[in-house]
Design a protein around this ligand. Structure first.
Ligand SMILES: [Zn+2]
Length: 276
């Protein structure tokens, strides 16, 4: 694990060691963390390191969305306010009932690259939710959290205008094809979210996966998404079949996905939304 000092008062882990990226914003009197990754011992170390380094205490954990690789370290922040959107919280509750069963968790532990990553895992739910937007002020520093949808319907970003830093969660997979195959993924909302991100005064974007960046990877991804959506709409009007449309969409050049099966599932989901 390497802890990256994004700039004064902002730290992140983006090297993949925690699976989903995590970040810490150091405010005048407290530390705010964003996402908790999927590696409990490393998240514990991260929190301890930032608290020691700054002499301040963690008060809050914002969760960008409900996926396990962004919430399985929540137990390290049990004493904090854990805040997410209502929709992300509902989706977490559903996942606990359907997917995060003891049997599945045992299976993930066995197959994890680091067998200690999920040792002692307890699913800890957020203890505070918001519908669409949440604001936090500490001295002259403000944190704005806003739900946009895109990767999932409950997906939010966490923006600090003072530090000019934004954590985009899984609406940003810098330099790789995103996972967009979840049942609530929406490419049209995703494009709108990217436009909003690009309109903000931001110097450093922290993605859910991949490395911290300027605006460039966002512009590339927005252009790609626009191309896919336009192609799907145009070919549909021309009377092409779903198979032909998905085949053509697959040929539009972009970065490869982290997992091979992601691309076809994502394009299929986008097709269903765009041509619904
Ligand atoms: Zn995700």
């Amino acid at each position: 694990m390497s802890i990256e000092k994004v700039k004064d008062n902002v730290y992140a882990i983006t090297d993949g060691s925690t699976r989903g990226n995590v970040a810490a914003y150091v405010l005048p009197t407290q530390i705010v963390f964003v996402d908790s990754g999927m590696h409990i011992p490393l998240i514990k170390k991260f929190r301890e390191y930032i608290e020691k380094e700054t002499g301040k205490k963690a008060s809050t954990l914002f969760i960008t969305h409900e996926h396990g690789d962004h919430v399985f370290g929540n137990q390290i922040f049990e004493d904090c306010e854990i805040i997410t959107s209502e929709l992300a919280n509902e989706a977490m509750i559903k996942s606990k009932q359907n997917d995060w069963t003891p049997i599945n968790i045992e299976e993930w532990k066995k197959n994890a690259e680091d067998p200690t990553a999920l040792e002692g895992l307890q699913i800890v739910f957020p203890n505070k939710t918001f519908a669409d937007e949440y604001e936090m002020v500490d001295g002259d520093v403000k944190i704005i959290v806003k739900r946009t949808g895109g990767h999932t319907e409950g997906s939010s970003y966490v923006y600090c205008p003072n530090y000019k830093v934004m954590f985009g969660g899984d609406n940003l997979f810098n330099h790789s094809f995103p996972w967009g195959g979840t049942p609530t993924a929406d490419p049209l909302k995703w494009i709108k979210a990217l436009e909003e991100y690009l309109s903000l005064d931001v110097e450093h974007y922290i993605p859910g996966h991949g490395s911290t960046s300027d605006k460039k990877p966002l512009e590339e991804f927005r252009a790609y998404l626009n191309k896919v959506v336009t192609l799907m709409q145009d070919m549909f009007v021309e009377g092409k079949s779903e198979e032909e449309i998905l085949e053509a969409a697959d040929k539009i050049g972009y970065y490869p996905p982290r997992r091979e099966q992601w691309k076809a599932l994502t394009l299929k989901r986008w097709y269903d939304v765009v041509l619904n």
